[in-house]
Design a protein around this ligand. Sequence first.
Ligand code: GRF
Length: 206
Amino acid sequence: MTRLGIVLSGRGSNFEAIAEQIGQVKLGAEIAVVVSNRADAPGLDAARRLGLSAVALPSRGVERPEYDRSLIAVLRAHNVEWVILAGYMRILTADFIRAFPERILNIHPSLLPAFPGLDAQHQAFAYGVKVTGCTVHFVDEHLDHGPIVMQATVPVEDGDTVDALSARILREEHRIYSEALRLLLAGGWRIEGRKVVRAKTLTAGG
Ligand code: GRF
C-alpha cells in the first residue's frame, strides 16, 4: 500500500476527504503520518481522532532550510512515498523537492495559472471571472506552479459571495484530490516538461 504523508497548516478538510476515500477502499493508499507546522491546526486533531500518527512540527522562528530538513526527517521516519500538501501555507525549499522527486502534490483553489497565492477564491471573485475552480498539481520550487494533474471548473453565479463560491470550490477540491491521486497511483504516466502525460493517451493518439 502506498504510504502518504499529509502536510497541512489548518482546517484539514482535504486531508479528511482523502482519509474518507481510503476508509471506503476507493483509494488504495494509507496515511503514514499527518504533519502540521502549526500545533493548533484542527487537521491534527482530526488525524488523532482517526487514530493516525499526528506530528506537530512548529515552524515559527525556524529558518526554512532547517525546517524542511526536519520535515523530510519526519516523513522519512514514517516511510512516506508521496507527500500530499493539504492547505500547507509555506513554500518548500529545492532540497525538499529533490528529496521526493515527482512525488509531491498540492491542491489550489483556482484554475492555475490564474490566481496563485493567498485567497485565490477572493482574487477570482474580485476579478469578476465567470468560471473558476481548483487545480491538483505537482509541486516545484515556485508558488502554485508545477505540472497540472487535474482541474475542475466551478461557475461564479449571479449574486454569489466569496463564502458561497469558496464552499462550491471546496466540494470540487475534495472530489478531485483523491481522483488525481488514484490516477497517479495507478501508474502509466510521466511528466514531460509542464505536462503530465498518460501512457494510454499516448497509445491512443500515437
Ligand atoms: C484549500 O482551499 C486548498 O485548496 C488550499 O488551502 C485550503 C485548505 O483547506 N491550498 P483544508 O485545510 O484542506 O480544509
